[in-house]
Design a protein around this ligand. Structure first.
Ligand code: FAD
Length: 429
């Protein structure tokens, strides 16, 4: 939860963020059409879509714009969801699977369109690579290629071992799939740019304004320590940092942390050899590594999860062995930044959107892949508020369940499940 913190965590992103104004805390009463809680990808995406349609929007952020996962993540523009087409089809039926598939490239399109429209400087690069360690993972990627082709997306390249040097200079992988509709960005700068765009359209953002409670009614309200916003519609986007503000929402996800480090600046000569296409990469393991080169030519490397959502004290020790396994020649290079961030894991691993009342909406549960879905879900929520509900319905009707074990046991139970899958991968079964 955002708790008592008042500034961004000490990440590479915060250190290289574009200039942004200090935004005031909410003081006193305010009235608007739509009040959004949380200034991450979900909240700012929804707010900007709504402002573009002419609504008067206020965003309340507990700490700072992009304080949460959106200002801390790997920056990888990954198409699709945390569950594949066949799993979604077997759970929710073919129509839902197909509708979700048809929307799965839209989040990336929104990001690129906004970068272009609002001139956002966020180091946008093209191409995300899914790296396979074995034939089973290659088979899954081949299936993903087939499924994406069904939806008209064919701009992907399947690479065998001999093709890997095109993407990355390491011996680790047997092959993979390069998605040319994916890519990577400096995520904090993407949020900050969209926040500025929102303000240019008359939207208002208050920082240091944690919502302590919400009030239901014909005109719902969000109440902070020093003020209150009354509105026609409330959109809750606090995700893993929501804490217990809305207990009926936090029961449906578990806060999980993932860690990232960046090396010292390595220089273009070295990084062009390490990742010649300047693509981002995530491997296909259950507990995956993900990495890319930053705009200023460092290696940014993430991995690992902590199921309680806590921040480990030994981030560097956890990740550096993975870096050396991937790029042995980086031994001796300094780590300049190490940080942790929390995402909201759902039991189904699918995003969780819906409403608590006719005029109280929520977006949460990215389950670790949210850069593109959060942008899409912001748009769908804006559409639904404007009475175009059919696309929002596709997501909202997917049931999401509370974690088994309640508050006390949900962390150990989920960690045990993850351990089991991690072990199977290590044993190759
Ligand atoms: C380390 C890490 C790496 C990741 N890497 C990737 C990646 O490479 N690609 C990818 O697709 N996904 C990635 N993800 C997931 C992705 O970052 C998230 O899906 C996405 O950022 C979630 O956005 P959000 O707006 O829903 O939540 P957040 O960005 O967490 O925003 C929620 C905001 O709400 C605020 N808030 C909470 N409660 C309140 C309250 N009561 N009042 C006011 N404000 C409140 C918080 O302060 C916060 O700013 C990663 C996540 C992590 C943690």
């Amino acid at each position: 939860m955002a708790g008592e913190e008042t500034q961004h965590t000490g990440s590479y992103y915060a250190a290289t963020a574009n200039p942004a104004p200090e935004r005031p805390a909410l003081k006193g009463d305010a009235v608007c059409d739509i009040c959004v809680i949380g200034a991450g990808f979900s909240g700012i995406s929804a707010a900007l879509h709504l402002a573009e349609k002419g609504h008067k929007v206020i965003v309340l952020e507990a700490v700072k714009v992009a304080f949460g996962a959106s200002g801390r993540n790997g920056g990888q523009i990954i198409n699709g969801y945390s569950r594949d087409y066949d799993t979604i089809k077997s759970r929710y039926g073919e129509d839902t699977a197909r509708a979700l598939l048809d929307m799965s490239f839209e989040g990336g399109d929104i990001i690129r369109a906004r970068i272009e429209k609002y001139g956002i400087e966020c180091d946008l690069k093209k191409g995300s690579f899914f790296a396979a360690f074995n034939d089973r993972q290659m088979k899954d990627l081949e299936r993903r290629r087939e499924v994406w082709a069904m939806a008209g997306h064919k701009d992907v390249e399947m690479l065998d071992k001999s093709g890997i040097p095109k993407v990355v200079d390491t011996d680790l992988y047997t092959g993979g799939m390069l998605d040319n509709k994916g890519g990577h960005i400096h995520p904090m700068n993407l949020v900050l740019g969209q926040a500025a765009a929102l303000e240019s359209l008359g939207g208002k953002i208050y920082e240091h304004s944690r919502v302590a409670r919400i009030e239901h009614g014909a005109k719902p309200a969000a109440v902070t320590a020093q003020g209150k916003v009354t509105c026609n519609h409330l959109v809750i986007c606090g995700n893993a940092y929501l804490g217990e503000t809305v207990p009926e929402l936090s029961a449906r996800f578990m806060s999980v942390s993932s860690q990232i480090v960046t090396t010292e600046v390595l220089g273009a000569e070295l990084t062009d050899k390490m990742m010649p296409g300047d693509n981002c990469l995530e491997d296909c393991n259950f507990l995956l590594d993900y990495y890319r080169i930053t705009g200023d030519k460092r290696l940014l490397f993430g991995g690992g999860v902590v199921y309680s959502g806590s921040t480990p004290t030994d981030i560097e020790n956890r990740l550096v062995p993975h870096i050396h396994r991937t790029f042995p020649h980086l031994k001796g290079k300094k780590i300049d930044f190490a940080w942790s961030g929390n995402f909201a894991l759902t039991l189904t691993r699918m995003p969780h959107i819906g409403r608590l009342a006719d005029n109280v909406w929520f977006i949460q549960g990215d389950s670790g892949h949210g850069v593109t879905p959060c942008h899409l879900l912001g748009r769908l929520t804006a559409e639904a508020i404007d009475n175009q509900q059919s696309r929002w319905d596709v997501f909202a009707k997917m049931k999401n369940y509370p974690f088994p074990g309640g508050r006390m046991f949900r962390v150990p139970l989920t960690a045990m499940g993850a351990w089991y899958y991690g072990m199977r991968e290590k044993l190759g079964i």
